[in-house]
Design a binder for this molecule. Structure first.
Ligand code: HPA
Length: 278
């Protein structure tokens, strides 16, 4: 409790963790956060248990209809995994502390690698619809940082290093595998923005100029919190709309989901391969 008698963030993490430790039949090794329209990897998981977010004390609950709101415990490529079916976006109204709450729980449960997928607009002029982009770095353009406020000293340092947020060995392995298997992908920098509107033409141009290859509304907060705790991260975007000058078109959520479905099989294979090799 804090001085006002209110339950603190650290206590909320503790209570959610305590609950999951009690109900989960075993400890997961790998955490997975699946993006919009990218739940197909779940088909490959041999599922042992599903836990509704609303049954976990203090866990946020999903608001977006296309997101289901469950933790999925099971086996993928012979590894014990815990996947989030439905993630929390800042644009939905959650605080950054809520958006990243599950990542804190992942760490407490013993997870030692985090895999993330998302949908992103393609800023690089060579990108094609339905390809993927392996994230090698990011630019944080969110208006709030998940580490703002008192530092959780037991989890990580006040000023965490961010010079290598995405695991280079995993990136190299992913590229090698994609090349061998003929999976269309690229490596690039992801700009994280709050949304929910897509960008203006001037904003897309600006994002390209500052060094981004893709832009999306998620992932950066979760990566910052994972790196605060020293968890290695692999993240990959489905390129769902083209945003380079001359290629910009009006996009609907249906277009985004259609292009995500095109990229998904290749992304799923890359993630499965990397998890199998861990
Ligand atoms: N901008 C921001 N987020 C996105 C986009 C985009 O063009 N496409 C998919 N997510």
């Amino acid at each position: 409790m804090n001085e006002k008698g209110l339950i603190t963030y650290a206590e909320r993490i503790h209570l959610a963790h305590q609950h999951l430790e009690k109900v989960l039949p075993y400890s997961p090794e790998i955490g997975i956060i699946l993006g919009t329209g990218l739940g197909g990897l779940l088909k490959d998981i041999s599922i042992d248990m599903e836990i509704d977010y609303r049954d976990i004390p203090h866990f946020p609950v999903s608001t977006v209809e296309s997101h289901a709101g469950k933790l999925v415990l099971g086996t993928l490529a012979h590894k014990k995994i815990l996947a989030m079916k439905g993630r929390f976006h800042y644009y939905e109204g959650y605080s950054m502390k809520q958006v990243t709450f599950p990542v804190r729980i992942f760490k407490k449960l013993g997870i030692h690698h985090l895999f993330i997928s998302n949908a992103a607009g393609g800023l690089h002029p060579d990108f094609e619809l339905g390809q993927s982009m392996i994230i090698k770095d990011h630019i944080d353009l969110f208006p709030e940082n998940p580490l703002r406020g008192a530092n959780l000293e037991n989890y990580g340092p006040r000023f965490p290093d961010m010079s290598d947020p995405y695991d280079e060995k995993l990136i190299d392995k992913a590229l090698l595998f994609a090349r061998e298997e003929g999976i269309k992908t690229s490596v690039g920098v992801y700009a994280g923005v709050q949304g929910p509107n897509l960008e203006t033409k001037a904003e897309y141009r600006y994002l390209g100029i500052i060094g981004a290859d893709g832009v999306g509304m998620s992932t950066v907060p979760e990566v910052i919190v994972a790196r605060h705790m020293g968890i290695p991260v692999f993240a990959i975007s489905a390129i769902t709309d083209l945003c380079a000058p001359g290629k910009i078109q009006k996009v609907t959520i249906a277009d985004v989901l259609e292009a995500a479905a095109m990229a998904e099989p290749g992304m799923t294979r890359i993630i499965k391969q990397l998890i199998g090799e861990l």
